[in-house]
Design a protein around this ligand. Structure first.
Ligand SMILES: *[C@@H]1O[C@H](CO)[C@@H](O)[C@H](O)[C@H]1NC(C)=O
Ligand SMILES: *[C@@H]1O[C@H](CO)[C@@H](O)[C@H](O)[C@H]1NC(C)=O
Length: 291
């Protein structure tokens, strides 16, 4: 009798789980949540332990269908750090598995980091077309050249993601060179999304230069992370940004859902101490739903 009830309950649970999944699928048929997260020196030492830092990082990452990560420090040639990260994540995300697209170690000094895209493997919405570290005409102008990802979104068409982590001391110049980078995609009838940690605020980019970049270089883009949206836990700065083509000029407009753009304030959402929050990152993830 006891076992009978046990298995019946299990059966009902499994059924309702699948129903919920189907329900979600129906309602999110053509919508995906994209994000960007600077994981603050995510090295082997940080990635290895099964602790609350990695638990919370996993809970954050599983929000996204596609997320671009910065500051992945991994000198191994078998992607040890990301494999740890995926293991933690898959413990939190049992039915949905993620796949990683990982850059080579980037940087002009001995400090190198990898840039990474994580995406939901079996997503019927996202088709990965190609990915590569930018190596066009101005690639030498960057501390870390942009990491490019071409995808096809089922309901929408092609999107080119340009993921960056700009060098703090050289934000103004690198940001302007990004204009050259995107101009090299002029012939493509896709949409463009630039995202990442641009260090585009406070002491790294003053108001006059910020205005110049917006109006003279990226005026046909919508800036989905506002100057007033703080993306940092330590300073009132908007370092992290998402820029999407708005349909003026060469590139197709990116459809994004109003009010889904912003930061995910994990310290407040998970009620974490400042100390634990900062072990996770000094940046908030930034995000938006596109369709
Ligand atoms: C850029 O990389 C691609 C593929 O990795 C290669 O075919 C191409 O020759 C490279 N271009 C330059 C300018 O190095
Ligand atoms: C969302 O994007 C709109 C359009 O650029 C902007 O006005 C708004 O302030 C953004 N929201 C946040 C939280 O940055």
């Amino acid at each position: 009798m006891y076992y009978f009830i046990h298995y019946t309950t299990l059966f009902i649970l499994v059924c309702s789980f699948y129903q919920t999944d189907n329900f979600l699928l129906k309602n999110r048929i053509s919508k995906i949540k994209i994000g960007s997260f600077n994981l603050r020196r995510y090295s082997l030492a940080k990635a290895t332990p099964t602790n609350s830092v990695n638990l919370h990082i996993s809970k954050i990452l599983k929000r996204y269908d596609l997320v671009f990560l910065q500051e992945i420090i991994d000198a191994s040639n078998d992607n040890r750090v990301i494999n740890h990260l995926l293991n933690h994540l898959h413990k939190q995300s049992k039915s949905i598995k993620y796949e990683a697209i990982i850059s080579s170690p980037l940087g002009l000094t001995s400090y190198k980091e990898r840039l990474v895209y994580l995406y939901r493997k079996k997503s019927s919405h996202i088709q990965i077309l190609s990915s590569y570290v930018y190596n066009g005409s101005v690639s030498k102008m960057f501390e870390r050249p942009p990491f490019i990802l071409h995808i096809k979104l089922s309901s929408f068409g092609q999107i080119i993601f340009i993921g960056v982590h700009l060098k703090p001391d050289n934000v103004y110049n690198e940001f302007r060179f990004l204009r050259t980078v995107i101009d090299e995609f002029k012939e493509q009838s896709s949409s463009i999304i630039l995202l990442g940690d641009f260090n585009a605020d406070c002491s790294y980019l003053n108001n006059a230069k910020k205005k110049e970049i917006r109006t003279s270089y990226f005026n046909e883009f919508q800036w989905l992370i506002d100057d007033r949206t703080e993306t940092n836990l330590l300073q009132s700065c908007s370092y992290d940004r998402i820029l999407v083509s708005s349909g003026i000029n060469h590139w197709k407009k990116v459809n994004w859902k109003a009010k889904t753009n912003g930061t995910f304030e994990f310290d407040k959402k998970f009620k974490l101490t400042k100390q634990l929050a900062l072990q996770i990152s000094d940046h908030y993830p930034i995000e938006v739903d596109i369709y």
